[in-house]
Design a protein around this ligand. Sequence first.
Ligand code: GCU
Length: 602
Amino acid sequence: MKHSLLTLLLASGAWASMQAQEIPLVNNIYGRQNTITLNGAWDYIVDVQERGFYDYRMNETRWGFFLDQHQKDKQELVEYNFDTSPKMNVPGDWNTQDEQLFFYEGTVWLRRNFDYSPTPGKRTVLYFGAVNYEAIVYVNGQKMGKHVGGFTPFNFDITSALKEGKNNVIVKVDNKRTREQIPTNIYDWWNYGGITRDVLLTEVDETYVEDYSLQLDKQDWKHLTGWVKLNNKVAGEKVSVNIPELKVKTEVVTDNEGRAEISVKAKPTLWSPENPKLYNVSIARGEEIISDEIGFRCIETQGKQILLNGQPIFMRGISLHEEAPFGGGRTTHVSQSRTLLEWAKELNCNYVRMAHYPHSELEVREAEKMGIMVWDEIPVYWTIAWENQETYANAERQLHDMINRDKNRAAVVIWSIANETPHSDPRDKFLSSLAKYARTQDNSRLISMAMEVTSANNYHNKLNDNMHEYVDVVSFNQYVGWYRDVNDASKMTWEVPYNKPVIVSEFGGGARYGLHADKDTRWSEEFQENLYIENLKMLDKIEGLAGLSPWILKDFRSPARYLPDVQDYYNRKGLVSEQGQKKLSFYVMQQYYKEKSEANKK
Ligand code: GCU
């Protein structure tokens, strides 16, 4: 097998020393200049046994698909060809773009050719909004690095691998589930594999503003505090922070760590669902300008109340998965997120629980513009490998990445660290560490998690979870009416023995849209409607009830929901069908929240 000099060099690993590393997130890529998109049609190769990565002795091969080889003469043996392979859209999951991949869990290679002229003196950064689940990224045959975790952004400095003119990026994506991952190998949503969010290129100087934070001082609402951070530890760099509408124009100078604190007086109109005020903010370092829209608000608790800007607020919520409003698949465009959020607004919601993983940054920004508060969650879901150090490191990294990405989003009011996790000492150690870690990253939001009521003797349900001392809001899921008899709802009492606000983070039941029968017939819309009526009467009795996020806005795909002609691999607990059709229970919830909203105004 003959190879070109370049191929030999690449394969020899001689370039390994030039292998770029994943660099800290170049935050708010959408607000930076010189950004181009690599979204579009990518060539792909399904690689069930990963022979594009391993040789037949299971060693990482030097002749992998990342070399993008082509047969150069009639003798050469090359057994793959991106040029003649099919294409799929990026961003997008492969499950809904190729019916042969509907259930597929494994490796798919994706390639994007692109013409590029690197700007001398600049660094080029390759950004991925998310890849589910593991990504190994190559540029022109050189490994840039690997990222694990399906729902948070990451980026590489690819300057050393770029050429003038024709370039390519090749990504090995593997969505196989494993016991040690976050989430673990069993969960109630579809394992959509692929490059599921935007792929962007941007150029930055050798030294650039890597990150920044700007928020309302919790103790003084006429004071904005924050910081800017350069990628290098360069002192003396001047960075200006401008908020024209607030007549804020300040300049800070970085210290030996490349950081500078921001502290300015201002009188912002506070962000709220009723008035989701956002301010144009620009962060400038010489020619480098980052634009953002930032809201200022204060979220805190007082006893059993949640206070937004000092006023008690009832969290009129709904849970949702990040799945396209019509027909399933990961959402790939903000217009799809907007449709989902408009349904939530129509429900009279002021809050959404973005379950069970960080949704796209663009969805969070859309919620912010629409005046919808956000519960942001990492997928520490069900029975995690609590005693595995790597598993914990994965969870903490995803928590870091979620907070790091969304820390300037006023709409985000709750960081959630878990969902329905079984009690044990290792679980408490794992979760309490996550809760403590979250507080080191951000002190301006509430911490919660979806717990389960574990002690229920007949009709008395008592929440008893050691994690209550680590959260600000005690939230729990319950399924009276679906996994327990709806006729018991009126007899049920709920005891939450903690002086903290309570959110019922899930309740609900299934119905197939258009299936009508009496209220005792499971899967009928009437059954679901009655379940909601009975649950709302029951939940209203909970002392300190500060919010609800019923499960769930829209029917969503799940491999665990098999029932032919009823579920067909859809979880049917949505208030809206996967075709956007509203079920009877939608209107029950809508009316309940309308009354809550009016009561809150009195
Ligand atoms: C759980 C879980 C959800 C799941 C739901 C259900 O509460 O948190 O992810 O979809 O139950 O059973 O439908």
